[in-house]
Design a protein around this ligand. Structure first.
Ligand code: HEM
Length: 301
């Protein structure tokens, strides 16, 4: 029987840390005219969610291990996890990186290159540290490091992709007051296309390493394990849907926006883009829900 509150909190951790890193990264690599307005507000919200979900996740994990409730947490056990285990040390690194990133986001306007670089680096460290929490750190022998590194890259590319989709959605959703707003949204969509291709290639490559490492080590006898494979298949179906939507933006909807500027049909073109980017973001968040559950099952076939 699954502990659904733990699955929900794990989903919150992946979503908030992934978006925090992805939005900070988008802010870093896109030119100033093409960045999300009020990015600071968005980053502060993500920082608060990331801190809250991370603490809730740790509290639920300790309570689950000790068989107590969160309100009655075993402090001695919590201290020994923090001191003696890699999961505890990764949690400390995550909280320190998130705390510092929050200070940078709150104390600066997030417009200088140094502030953007610091936020992206710190949130990347926090997101990457999640690899020590799950199956990414489960391999032994010669596969241990390649699996762990692939998992860190998998986490970072997933966050970068979802954060970019959220920023592109914000760009097509905001009021286009001037012609410059419209041109910024159009250029962002075009500029993101090659970045998106690289991110997808890295996701597939590191996802394949992850799958191979976990299946090679698995014992195929346990009935529970077929559920892991079924969920992984569901994740890949949603991923294929997201790829279809990404191709639709790139080859139909973004060029459609160009044509709409000429013909004066901007509202309809923009509505279609908003709808498909929302669906793509929803697909990504659904994948994170599947991943939050997958990490608690025994991998195998
Ligand atoms: C070909 C595509 C992909 C494959 C083969 C793949 C495979 C995997 C596998 C096997 C795992 C480990 C599951 C476990 O812990 O039991 C995993 C984890 C994960 N995947 Fe994917 N994946 C793919 C695409 C994606 C996409 C598109 C996203 C997000 C948009 C994503 C996000 C994640 C995240 C966040 C984790 C958790 C990593 C961790 O906790 O350390 N994956 N993936």
């Amino acid at each position: 029987m699954e502990d659904w509150s733990f699955v929900a909190v794990r989903w919150g951790i992946y979503s908030s840390l992934g978006l925090f890193f992805g939005i900070a990264g988008f802010n870093l690599y896109s030119s100033p005219a093409r960045q999300v307005r009020n990015a600071k507000r968005l980053l502060v919200v993500m920082a608060l969610f990331a801190l809250a979900f991370s603490m809730a996740g740790f509290a639920l994990m300790v309570a689950g291990m000790a068989g107590t409730t969160v309100s009655d947490i075993d402090r001695e056990l919590a201290r020994s996890i923090l001191r003696d285990t890699s999961v505890g040390q990764a949690f400390l690194v995550r909280m320190a990186a998130l705390g510092l990133a929050t200070v940078v986001v709150v104390a600066t306007e997030c417009t200088s290159s140094a502030a953007k670089l610091a936020t992206t680096g710190l949130t990347g460290a926090a997101l990457g540290s999640l690899a020590w929490n799950g199956h990414g750190a489960a391999s032994e022998g010669w596969m241990a490091w390649p699996h762990l590194i692939a998992d860190v890259v998998h986490l970072l590319t997933a966050g970068a992709w979802l954060g970019a989709i959220a920023c592109l959605l914000a760009l097509v959703t905001r009021q286009w007051i001037t012609h410059a707003d419209l041109s910024a949204a159009r250029k962002s969509l075009v500029e993101f296309a090659p970045v998106g291709t690289w991110l997808v290639a890295l996701l597939v490559l590191t996802g394949a390493v992850n799958t191979g490492a976990l299946l090679v080590a698995a014992d195929p006898e346990e009935p529970e394990q077929s559920r892991w494979l079924l969920l992984l298949a569901a994740k890949l179906v949603v991923f294929a849907m997201m790829l279809g939507l990404a191709a639709l933006h790139r080859f139909r909807l973004a060029p459609g926006l160009e044509a709409a500027v000429e013909s004066g049909q901007i509202r309809a073109a923009r509505r279609k883009l908003r709808m498909s980017l929302s669906l793509e973001l929803f697909g990504g968040l659904a994948i994170l829900a599947v991943v939050a559950w997958l990490g608690l099952l025994e991998p195998g076939w």
